[in-house]
Write a protein that binds this ligand. Structure first.
Ligand code: ATP
Length: 230
């Protein structure tokens, strides 16, 4: 793609989260959105310490191992330990700055669920994020973005943000380094890490909610189960 006469590289996807644990509600919508947007490489980036919520239950290393398992199952992903390796609380913007230095000529596309779009104004240096990456939004839990925008306390801010930045054609993400929002029409999957932790702590099955490899790891180390030593 040509921008000011310069060829841009194929976009790199980034998917960051607590991943405590990683689940199919993370993986399938992102795979669907990656297909729509023609992105074929995605950094799976577990955070060291979540900035928006309580500390993770599983260790950074365990959450990284689960990201490694998923990357073996779905080679579009690769585990990116940038955030974990800093070993101190940092923010998505720090990871994006590092990735921008590593990939100066690559559009960076940060995948998020629609719930994260609605809390974007709380992200550290949120405005600067748009100088570093595009956002690709996946639907979560059957919520329609229009409906949520109109019922959200940040309605005006969100509407303005989308007016300025939303693009309808995913090819726009390939033609500029950063700055767009693309809402991908993905099928919502009502799965969350917290629900999985609750099921496991009650010794209930989580089959079909996580990949078999992750389930095996969770069972092997009895993660999130009552009496388990994390
Ligand atoms: P928890 O239940 O502990 O709050 P979570 O399931 O929301 O965790 P996170 O690791 O916090 O998982 O989420 C990382 C990213 O994945 C966020 O952008 C979030 O919006 C997105 N995400 C999580 N679950 C889904 C889902 N079922 N569908 C679409 N996006 C999701």
């Amino acid at each position: 793609m040509v921008k000011f006469g310069k060829q841009l590289d194929t976009p790199l996807g980034i998917f960051g989260g607590t991943f405590d644990p990683i689940h199919n509600g993370h993986i399938f919508p992102i795979l669907e959105a990656a297909k729509i947007t023609n992105i074929n490489k995605i950094a799976l980036t577990p955070c060291y310490i979540p900035s928006h919520k309580n500390a993770a239950t599983a260790s950074s290393q365990q959450r990284l191992i689960m990201a490694q398992e998923v990357s073996k199952d779905y080679p579009i992903f690769y585990p990116e330990p940038l955030d974990i390796n800093r070993k101190k609380p940092t923010f998505s913007i720090d990871t994006l700055r590092e990735l921008r230095v590593k990939h100066p000529n690559t559009p960076l596309c940060f995948f998020i669920g629609s719930d994260s779009l609605f809390s974007i104004f709380k992200w550290h240096e949120w405005e600067a994020l748009f100088e570093l990456c595009h956002f690709i939004v996946c639907f979560r839990s059957g919520n329609v973005v229009d409906k949520l925008v109109s019922s959200h306390e940040n309605e005006v801010m969100l509407k303005n943000l989308l007016m300025q930045r939303q693009v309808e054609d995913p090819m726009n993400l390939h033609q500029k380094l950063a700055g767009h929002i693309y809402i991908a029409n993905t099928s919502p999957l009502n799965i969350s890490s917290s629900a999985i932790r609750t099921l496991l702590s009650n010794n209930q099955s989580i089959e079909n909610l996580v990949p078999a490899s992750v389930n095996q790891y969770l069972q092997q180390y009895k993660l999130y189960q009552q009496g388990s030593k994390l």
